[in-house]
Structure formats: C-alpha cells, structure tokens
Design a protein around this ligand. Structure first.
Ligand SMILES: [Cu+2]
Length: 108
C-alpha cells in the first residue's frame, strides 16, 4: 500500500516536473498555389504552426488575410513562411486575383 502511494506520488511529481518543460511543437504545412488556385489547407491548425505558401504559378500572387493581419507577397515560383499568431476562422484571398480564396481554421 505505502509502496504504491510512493510510486504514485513519484509519478505525479515527475509529470509536474516534465509538463511545463515539454516543448510545444509547431507544425509546418505547405499550401501550394497552382493554376490560379490555393491548394487544400490543413484541417487541424494551431497557433504557432507555420504555413509555407508555395507559388507554382508563373504569376505573382498574395496570401492576404481579409482582416489585415497578414499579407504575404508571392512572386512567381517563390515561397514564404507565415507563423499563425491568432486563433479563429481566417479568410484569406489573393489581392491580385479576387477569385482566389480560402479559409484557415486555427485553434488556440
Ligand atoms: Cu493571385
């Protein structure tokens, strides 16, 4: 009985020690622009994750938040990184081609 209690408290102590130090791992996702369209966006995004916008077209594009929190310029065949800094449903578009639209769903 006492041995079990000691083991449990040691385990709890260990977990308390480890949890705050455990790194929060950000994921990187690629969203490819091809033939004037944004490709599929990842379904499970979190604050801190990174979107790598990759423009495969011969045209310049942008990935621009409708609320103005980001505006990524994407020359032909270029790519750029965007760190997601806020949670929510983020509608984005290309400033140069208004038909190019998408939505990022970011959880806290
Ligand atoms: Cu465009």
């Amino acid at each position: 009985m006492s041995t079990l209690l000691i083991r449990r408290s040691m385990l709890a102590g260990l977990l308390c020690f480890l949890s705050p130090a455990a790194p929060v791992l950000a994921e990187e996702y690629v969203v490819t622009i091809d033939q004037m369209e944004f490709g599929d966006v990842p379904a499970e995004l979190k604050v801190g994750d990174v979107i790598i916008w990759r423009n495969n077209d011969m045209f310049r594009h942008t990935a621009t938040d409708r609320d103005g929190s980001f505006d990524v310029d994407l020359p032909p065949k270029a790519e750029a990184r965007l760190v997601l800094e806020s949670a929510g449903s983020i509608e984005f578009y290309c400033r140069l081609h208004s038909g190019m639209v998408g939505t990022l769903t970011v959880s806290p």
